[in-house]
Write a protein that binds this ligand. Structure first.
Ligand code: ZN
Length: 505
C-alpha cells in the first residue's frame, strides 16, 4: 500500500467489506467523485487460516466466510448501479484453492469455492446488464498474506497432534512453493482486464499447473502428490487374506476406492486390455482373491454390498492384479447392472471367490509342485541327471515346469509313475512362514537372486510334508491326493532347458 501513497492519481478510501456502513460510506464518496459511474470493481480482500477441519473454530470460519464470500457479495451489490451505468467490469480474485480440497485449509477452500461459483453465476447475470465479470484464479504470490494469519496452534487432544509441526509449516507459508512477485502478478492481471478479458483467467505461480492438472489428472491421483499427507488407507498395502487362510472363499473387506478404468494410471489400464468386461478397479483393505502372479492366474468372483438398498448391485471381479506402483491390489471388473456403481468408499462388502475356478487353479498349481518333486526324486535316485528348477506356469491348457538341464523323452513314464505315487500318498500340503535362512536351507527353487517382498522378514513356504518345500505365494489343495490325476503330457527341450507339460483330470 505504501508504494501507492506517492501517486497523485490515487485516492484512498476506507472500506471494511464486513461492514455495510463502511461499504455505504465508500459508495457515496465514489458516486460523488466519479459522476455516478464505476468502470472497474476489484474484489481483492481475502482472509485465510490453516487448521484441520475437525479442529477449526466455527466462529473463525464464519468470519472467514464473512470476508471471502459475503464481503464480495455485499460490495458487489452496493456498487452494482455505478457499474451498470458505466458498463464496467467486476474482477473477483479467487484462489487455486477454490479448485480442490487442500489439507488443513478446508474452510479457506470452501469459502473460495463458494465465491468462485457465485462469481460464475454473477458473470451470467451481469452480462445482459452490460457488466463483465473476470474471475482470476490466483496461484502463489509473494505477499504479506501469511503474516496476517493467526498464530497456528492445534487444540489439545487433536487427532493431528503428531504432525503439528508439519501443519505449522503450511500455516507459516514455509512449504517452499514457488511464488510470483506481486508486481508482476498485478501487471499481468491489469493487462488481462484492460485487454478486455472476461470469464476465468489463471495467474500466479503454479496456477496454470493447477489448471491443466485439473483437466487431465483425476483428483484421487493428485491426492497422492508429495507434500500432502494422505490418510494411511490411501497407501497401505492390501492384506492378502488367501495367503494365511487358503480355504476361505468368503471374506468381508472395506472399500478404499473405486476407480473408472480410464482414470487408472496408463500402466494399470494396460492390465485390462484383453477384456471388454473391465470397467472399474475396486481397491479394498484386504482381499480373498488370488492376485495373478507366480505362474498362477487370478481368481474371479463377486463383491456384494451388505447395504440393503444396494442389494441388487454386484461387482463382478474378472481379474485381480498388482498395480505398477504401490501394493494396493486392483480388483478389475464391472458393476451389474451396468453403469450403477453400487459401493461407496469406506463401506464393507462381501468378497466371494468362484470356488470351481479357485479349485482348478489350486489343483493345477499344487500339481506343478508335486510333479517337480517327483522329478527331483528321480534325480536323487540317479534315473535323471541333476537339474536346476527354472520356472513354472500353472495356467489351464498351458501348465508346465521348466528345468535347466536335459530330461530325455524316455523318462516320461518314470515321471508319470513317480508323480502318481506322490499323489496316492495323500501327503499333507502345509503352509509355513520361514526366515530367509531356513528357507534357503530347506526349499527347492531358491536362486541366488531370491528376495523376500520389501519389508518382509519371513517368507511364505509350501511344504509337501516329507517330499520337499518351495517358497510360494500361491493357493494349494490340502493334500497331494486332492489334485486328482496328473497327466504328464510332453517333454520338450530348448537351449539347455527342458519343459515338462502336464494337466490335471
Ligand atoms: Zn505353491
Amino acid at each position: 500500500m505504501r508504494l501507492l501513497r506517492d501517486l497523485t492519481n490515487i485516492t484512498f478510501l476506507e472500506l471494511d467489506v464486513t461492514s455495510t456502513k463502511s461499504i455505504a460510506s465508500a459508495y457515496r464518496t465514489v458516486e460523488n467523485q466519479t459522476g455516478g459511474k464505476l468502470h472497474y470493481l476489484v474484489n481483492n480482500s481475502g482472509a485465510g487460516f490453516v487448521m484441520p477441519l475437525l479442529d477449526s473454530d466455527i466462529e473463525m470460519g464464519q468470519h472467514l466466510f464473512d470476508v471471502n464470500v459475503w464481503g464480495v457479495v455485499r460490495v458487489t451489490q452496493t456498487f452494482a448501479p455505478l457499474l451498470v451505468r458505466a458498463k464496467g467490469t467486476i474482477v473477483n480474485n479467487i484462489s487455486t484453492a477454490s479448485c480442490m480440497g487442500l489439507p488443513y485449509q478446508g474452510m479457506y477452500c470452501g469459502s473460495k469455492a463458494a465465491t468462485r461459483l457465485m462469481s460464475e453465476t454473477l458473470a451470467l447475470e451481469m452480462k445482459p446488464l452490460g457488466v463483465a465479470v473476470v474471475i482470476v484464479i490466483t496461484g502463489n504470490i509473494r505477499t504479506r498474506w501469511f503474516s496476517n494469519y493467526p498464530k497456528f496452534e492445534l487444540p489439545g487432544g487433536s487427532y493431528f497432534s503428531s504432525i503439528a509441526e508439519r501443519i505449522g509449516v503450511y500455516a507459516r507459508g514455509e512449504q517452499g512453493h514457488p511464488q510470483m512477485e506481486a508486481n508482476l502478478y498485478a501487471t499481468k492481471v491489469v493487462g488481462d482486464v484492460l485487454g478486455g478479458a472476461e470469464g476465468t483467467i489463471w495467474r500466479g505461480a503454479q496456477s496454470t499447473i493447477v489448471k491443466f492438472a485439473l483437466a487431465m489428472i483425476p483428483t484421487w491421483l493428485m491426492s497422492l502428490g508429495k507434500g500432502q499427507r494422505n490418510p494411511d488407507t490411501m497407501t497401505e498395502p492390501t492384506k492378502l487374506i488367501y495367503q494365511h487362510d487358503g480355504e476361505k472363499l468368503l471374506h468381508p473387506s472395506r472399500i478404499i476406492s473405486i476407480v473408472p478404468l480410464p482414470e487408472l494410471p496408463v500402466a494399470d489400464q494396460a492390465l485390462a486390455k484383453d477384456s471388454s468386461e473391465i470397467e472399474h478397479a475396486v481397491i479394498t483393505d484386504s482381499t480373498i482373491f488370488y492376485v495373478q502372479g507366480g505362474g498362477q492366474p487370478a481368481d474371479i468372483g463377486t463383491m456384494n454390498s451388505d447395504a440393503a438398498t444396494k442389494a441388487d448391485s454386484v461387482f463382478e471381479v474378472k481379474s485381480v492384479r498388482q498395480p505398477a506402483q504401490g501394493s494396493q491390489v486392483l480388483h478389475l471388473g464391472r458393476f451389474i447392472p451396468s453403469g450403477a456403481i453400487g459401493f461407496n468408499a469406506g463401506e464393507e462388502v462381501q468378497q466371494s471367490v468362484d470356488s470351481e475356478i479357485r479349485s482348478l487353479h489350486s489343483r493345477l498349481h499344487t500339481a506343478g509342485h508335486i510333479m517337480s518333486l517327483a522329478i527331483h526324486a528321480l534325480c536323487r535316485e540317479g534315473i535323471i541327471p541333476a537339474l536346476k528348477e527354472s520356472k513354472a506356469s500353472h495356467y489351464p491348457d498351458s501348465a508346465s515346469v521348466v528345468f535347466e538341464g536335459t530330461i530325455e523323452g524316455k523318462h516320461k513314464d518314470a515321471i508319470q509313475a513317480k508323480t502318481d505315487e506322490f499323489v496316492r500318498s495323500a501327503t499333507p500340503v502345509k503352509i509355513h512362514w520361514w526366515s530367509m535362512e531356513e528357507l534357503r536351507e530347506k526349499c527347492y527353487g531358491v536362486t541366488e537372486a531370491f528376495e523376500l517382498p520389501e519389508g518382509e522378514v519371513m517368507g511364505r513356504v509350501v511344504e509337501m510334508e516329507g517330499l520337499g518345500s518351495y517358497p510360494c505365494g500361491g493357493t494349494h489343495v490340502q493334500d497331494c491326493s486332492k489334485v486328482g490325476k496328473i497327466v504328464v503330457k510332453k517333454i520338450s527341450r530348448s537351449k539347455g532347458t527342458s519343459r515338462v507339460s502336464y494337466t490335471v483330470e
